[in-house]
Write a protein that binds this ligand. Structure first.
Ligand code: ADP
Ligand code: MG
Length: 644
């Protein structure tokens, strides 16, 4: 328990919760996403780390929501100018004579250092490697590290499925040392061995759970149901559009699974915009007709609301509830009660569907949308609610066959290749900042036709002013399109605010929506015909392809404008193909190995340390070892119900 750790009280716990940390295991596995190497450099190096003292009190300039601190700084051998963006709150501390270490970029002509980070101390003689964690309001990276350090005593009490014989076999460092090294590396070689062990452990646990899911007899037994397919045809014939052949085929496969006595465990894969949602709704309807409740879990609030609105329109007679994290406790309780009292046919929600203690009566079908966003843990938990419901996963991320075989080897797959008829491929073009006008002209023309525009930036606020952050875009586009309604949307905004903006965009009350990748998955606004992505080089190809999939959702000609001064060769792939499979293959190939202590990959499979591309060989090893351990009874088989 978190409160067992010295110095951890309710306030800290509530801050940790905000970061998704609820247990000591979560805490210990809250790994740094990068490290800052603090070693004195000279002013010529690419990234300057230098110490000294202030020659004067810092001055502040405020402009709009932003600010800039400036002061002269003595490094012992030079006096330089320093600029720090958006840390106005430090002004009172930045006084003449104060000693500082600064990290940043130096411009020799202007004799100016733009500091991205600073420490209120001089550099020690020895190089320090500082772990940097994702922070949240109320808790800093440094504090997070302190708490983690205080929790080391509990490392050995945290469960691990990795058997001792494998630790010996691979001569792994012990867990305690590995954890310490990953949070506060003492040397490159110790760090590497620790990383190796922890990655292996993560993949071993992952493959172990996959195996348990795959082989559990209990999970093979399906539900008894009978539904007349004619009733499904009726719904299909009354849709506002004609389903594609692949959609019908997927529905038939799902129908056959559902009525068969064997349990369904199916992956529905289809490129963005291929129309997976309607297939899932019909699956929920089949499930309803056979007398069971169904659940649909979406990765984001926005998406859950969208699904909820659509399904209630399609099936006005069904009782549908929406359960998301933003509901009040009271509202949630009311929904739980409804579920318990069998007053709900279909429940739509975010992961609140599994985190909370819901007593489903008769859960017959569980669907997760964009399932690559959920870890295997979540997959397991949802499966275990209620009886053993049939399960359908949906994903728009085509996983290259080799990976799919390992990760989803236990599933049947339906693939939607065919796009709804009348769809025109999105026209994709690449611009550098010099030619931004050409991109603006495309936007202008589309806006003139009362179509809408998405604009995406990789960052909410860029302290170093290098990227076009969402607020800068708001300012610049505001100047270019004076009479248009422009709004900003990003992950740090309040949920109701986000929802309102999304709804206004849907209802064409907003012309240009500037956002971070919060709109990456699932959102459906057919009248939007332009997706403009700034600093596109910051994104993986698959992400860009997903973003592009937000437009081209009707028979209107649509445009994807990639704006980037870097990596045009890589981005060029997107101008040449609209095939999500090809793009993901390229992406896996291209996403290089990164620096030794570089930025950790997060995303696709929700691993904490592992990057599937780079660590594929470890994955294969882990798979082999798990199978060996299980076949030779070298490791306990835990009951599926206890799978965390
Ligand atoms: P995804 O597979 O990315 O989840 P959606 O299910 O959101 O795609 O579908 C994209 C859009 O296409 C939605 O507006 C949906 O209503 C529409 N759509 C789905 N199937 C068809 C079809 N057969 N014909 C025309 N439009 C369709
Ligand atoms: Mg979708």
């Amino acid at each position: 328990m978190l409160e067992d750790i010295k110095g951890v009280g309710p306030k800290v716990i509530s801050n940790l919760n905000k970061l998704g940390i609820y247990t000591i295991k979560d805490l210990i596995e809250y790994y740094p996403y990068r490290y800052e190497i603090l070693k004195r450099t000279d002013l010529n190096s690419e990234k300057v780390v230098i110490d000294g003292y202030l020659e004067e009190n810092a001055k502040i300039f405020r402009y709009g929501k932003k600010d800039r601190l400036t002061f002269r700084f003595n490094t012992g051998s030079n006096i330089i100018n320093v600029i720090i963006f958006n840390r106005g709150f430090l002004k009172g501390k930045l006084l003449i004579g104060i000693k500082l270490t600064l990290i940043g970029k130096y411009d020799i002509i202007k004799n100016t250092l733009v500091a991205s980070d600073l420490r209120f101390s001089l550099l020690p003689e020895k190089t320090i490697i500082e772990p940097i964690y994702h922070e949240t309001k109320g808790i800093t990276s440094k504090q997070i590290n302190n708490i983690i350090v205080s929790s080391y005593n509990y490392v050995d009490k945290v469960d691990s499925v990795l058997p001792d014989y494998l630790v010996d076999k691979y001569k792994f460092l012990d867990k305690y040392t590995s954890i310490k090294e990953i949070h506060n590396p003492t040397s490159t070689s110790n760090y590497n061995s620790s990383l190796n062990r922890l990655k292996f452990e993560e993949l071993y646990e992952f493959m172990y759970k996959i195996n348990i899911l795959k082989n559990n007899k209990k999970l093979q037994i399906g539900l008894k149901r009978s539904v007349d397919y004619k009733k499904i045809e009726e719904v299909i014939n009354n849709l506002p559009f004609k389903l594609t052949g692949d959609q019908i085929k997927a529905i038939k496969e799902i129908y056959t699974d559902l009525i068969s006595p064997k349990r369904m465990n199916r992956l529905l894969e289809g490129d963005v915009g291929s129309g997976k949602t309607i297939v899932s709704f019909i699956a929920l309807y089949i499930n309803y007709l056979s007398g069971y409740e169904g659940a649909l879990m979406a990765p984001t609030e926005i998406l859950a609301v969208q699904h909820y609105n659509n399904i209630t329109k399609l099936f006005p007679n069904l009782k549908v509830s929406l359960l998301t994290g933003k509901l009040t406790v009271k509202e949630k309780k009311e929904i739980y009660k409804k579920i318990e009292n069998k007053e709900v046919d279909i429940i739509i929600g975010t992961s609140a569907l599994i985190q909370d203690n819901i007593k489903y009566n008769n859960l017959g079908l569980v669907i997760t949308d964009e399932q690559h966003r959920f870890g295997v843990n979540q997959r397991a938990t949802l499966k275990n609610k209620g009886i053993t419901p049939d399960v359908l996963y949906m994903s728009a991320t085509p996983i290259p066959r080799t990976y799919a075989l390992v990760l989803y080897g236990d599933m049947d797959v339906s693939i939607i290749k065919e796009k709804p008829s009348g769809r025109i491929d999105v026209k994709t073009s690449l611009y550098d900042m010099k030619h931004i006008k050409d991109a603006l002209i495309v936007m202008y023309k589309e806006l003139k036709n009362n179509h809408q525009v998405y604009v995406v930036s990789p960052i909410i606020e860029d302290d170093e002013n290098e990227l076009m952050d969402v607020y800068r875009l708001e300012e610049e586009l505001g100047k270019a399109f004076k009479d248009k309604n422009i709004k900003v949307l990003h992950g740090k905004m309040k949920n109701d605010e986000k929802e309102k903006i999304m709804n206004d965009f849907k209802n064409n009350k907003i012309n240009i929506l500037i956002s971070t990748t919060v709109i990456e998955v699932g959102v459906d606004v057919p009248n939007a015909t332009v997706m403009a992505i700034f600093d596109a080089y910051k994104f993986g190809l698959s992400t860009l392809h997903q973003l592009r999939g937000r437009v081209g959702r009707s028979n209107l000609e649509s445009y994807c404008l990639l704006i980037s001064d870097k990596e045009s060769k890589r981005l060029d792939i997107l101008t040449k193909t609209n095939d999500g499979y090809k793009i993901s293959e390229e992406d896996f190939k291209l996403r290089g190995s990164g620096d030794l202590l570089g930025i950790r990959q997060s995303g696709d499979m929700s691993f904490k340390l592992v990057n599937l591309e780079r660590d594929y060989n470890i994955l294969l090893k882990a798979k082999e070892e798990v199978e060996y351990s299980l076949n030779n009874n070298l490791i306990d088989i835990i009951d599926i119900d206890n799978l965390a």
